[in-house]
Design a protein around this ligand. Structure first.
Ligand code: NAD
Length: 333
C-alpha cells in the first residue's frame, strides 16, 4: 500500500458531500489500494453537522480511510493536499440576483485560491463543483498563481452522464454502450450537449448515435434542451438540487483525471483557444486523461450549427468572467 493521499472536500456538511465522501473513502476515486486522509471544510456554524459526518465516516469502518480532519479554517483544510473537491458554495436564495450570487461565490473561491497557494502541494488537482463552477474555477486559479492553470477544472461530467444515460435509455442499451457524448461550454443552460461524434453499440453492432436514433432534428433541439434543463427538473421534483448524481459525477471526473480515462470525457478546463473558443475562460471540452494530465481532443468538425452553440456559451462565460473580476477589484476582497 502506498502513502495516503490528502483530499479536501469543501461544503462537507452539505448534500453532495454526504454522498461524495463515502465514494472517496471507499476507494472509488483514487483506487482500491490507495489510502486517503480526508480534510472536511465547512463554515463555522456547520461544524456540529460536520462532526456528525465524521462519526458516520468512522462508523463505515472503511479500510482505506486513514484520517479525517474537520475544520472551518481554509489554511488547515488545504495543508499539503493532493486533490480538492470544491463543492461548498452559497446557494441562490429567493429574490437574490444572479449578480449577488456571483459576488458571494467569487469571494469564497478567491479565499480558497489564496489558501491553496499558501498550503497545497504544487501538483494539487482541483475540481470545482460549486456554482457557477466554470467561473469559480477561473477565479480560484487566478489567486493561486504558482500552481499551473491546468490543475483547476470545473465539473460538467454530470451533464455528460445525463446525456449519455438519456441516449442509452432511448436506445434501450446500457450506459456503457454509449460513448463520446460531449458537453461544450458552461455548466449552465447555455451548455451544448453534442452527440454528433457519439456512438452506441446496439444489437452487437457499433453505430453512430445519429444513425441509431434516426431523428437528427430531435437530437439538435429537444434533446439539447432536455439536458440543459435537467438540473432544474430535478430541483422541481426533489425541492433540492441534484446531489447523489452530482457526487457520482465528481467521483467519475477525479477518477479519470487521476487514474486515466478510457475514452473521451468532458471537463471544464482553461481554454487554449481550441475550436475558436476565447482563451482565459474555463470551458468544457472533450478531453482524454493520462499521467494525471488532460489533453483536449482535437480535429473535430464544427459545423455552422455547432459554431452557433459554442459561441453562445463562450459569450456567457466571458460575461461571467468580466463580472467576477470586477467584483474582485471593486471590493478588494
Ligand atoms: P448544500 O447547500 O447542501 O451544501 C453546501 C455546503 O457548502 C453547506 O454545508 C455550506 O455551509 C457550505 N459552504 C458555504 N460556504 C462555504 C465556504 N466558504 N467554505 C466551505 N463550505 C462552505 O449544497 P449542495 O447540494 O451540496 O451543492 C453544492 C454546490 O454544488 C452548489 O453550488 C450547487 O449549485 C453545486 N452543484 C453543481 C453541480 C455541477 O454539475 N457542477 C451539480 C449540482 C450542484
Amino acid at each position: 500500500m502506498s502513502e495516503p493521499v490528502r483530499v479536501v472536500v469543501t461544503g462537507a456538511a452539505g448534500q453532495i458531500a454526504y454522498s461524495l465522501l463515502y465514494m472517496v473513502a471507499k476507494g472509488d476515486v483514487f483506487g482500491p489500494n490507495q489510502p486517503v486522509i480526508l480534510h472536511l471544510l465547512d463554515i463555522p456554524p456547520m461544524m456540529g453537522v460536520v462532526q456528525g459526518v465524521v462519526m458516520e465516516l468512522s462508523d463505515c469502518a472503511l479500510p482505506l480511510l486513514r484520517g479525517v480532519v474537520p475544520t472551518a479554517d481554509p489554511d488547515v483544510a488545504f495543508k499539503d493536499v493532493d486533490a480538492a473537491f470544491l463543492v461548498g458554495a452559497m446557494p441562490r436564495k429567493e429574490g437574490m440576483e444572479r449578480k449577488d450570487l456571483l459576488a458571494a461565490n467569487v469571494g469564497i473561491f478567491k479565499v480558497q485560491g489564496q489558501a491553496i497557494e499558501r498550503n497545497a502541494k504544487r501538483t494539487i488537482k482541483v475540481l470545482v463543483v460549486g456554482n457557477p463552477a466554470n467561473t469559480n474555477a477561473l477565479v480560484c486559479s487566478k489567486y493561486a498563481p504558482s500552481i499551473p492553470k491546468e490543475n483547476f477544472t470545473a465539473m460538467t461530467r454530470l451533464d455528460q452522464n445525463r446525456a449519455t444515460a438519456h441516449i442509452a435509455e432511448r436506445l434501450n442499451v446500457s450506459c456503457a454502450d454509449v460513448s463520446k457524448v460531449i458537453i461544450w461550454g458552461n455548466h449552465s443552460s447555455t451548455q451544448f450537449p453534442d452527440v454528433r461524434h457519439a456512438s452506441a453499440t446496439v444489437n452487437g453492432a457499433k453505430v453512430s448515435v445519429s444513425e441509431a436514433i434516426k431523428d437528427d432534428e430531435y437530437l439538435k433541439t429537444q434533446f439539447v434542451e432536455k439536458i440543459q434543463k435537467r438540473g432544474a427538473a430535478v430541483i422541481a421534483a426533489r425541492k433540492l438540487s441534484s446531489a447523489m448524481s452530482a457526487a457520482k459525477a465528481a467521483s467519475d471526473h477525479m477518477k479519470d483525471w487521476w487514474q486515466g480515462s478510457a475514452n473521451w470525457v468532458s471537463m471544464g478546463v482553461i481554454s487554449d483557444g481550441s475550436y475558436g473558443v476565447p482563451a482565459d475562460v474555463v470551458f468544457s471540452f472533450p478531453v482524454t486523461c493520462s499521467d494525471k494530465k488532460w489533453t483536449i481532443v482535437q480535429g473535430l468538425e464544427i459545423d455552422e450549427y455547432a459554431r452557433g452553440k459554442l459561441d453562445i456559451t463562450a459569450k456567457e462565460l466571458i460575461e461571467e468572467r468580466e463580472e467576477a473580476l470586477a467584483v474582485c477589484q471593486d471590493s478588494n476582497l
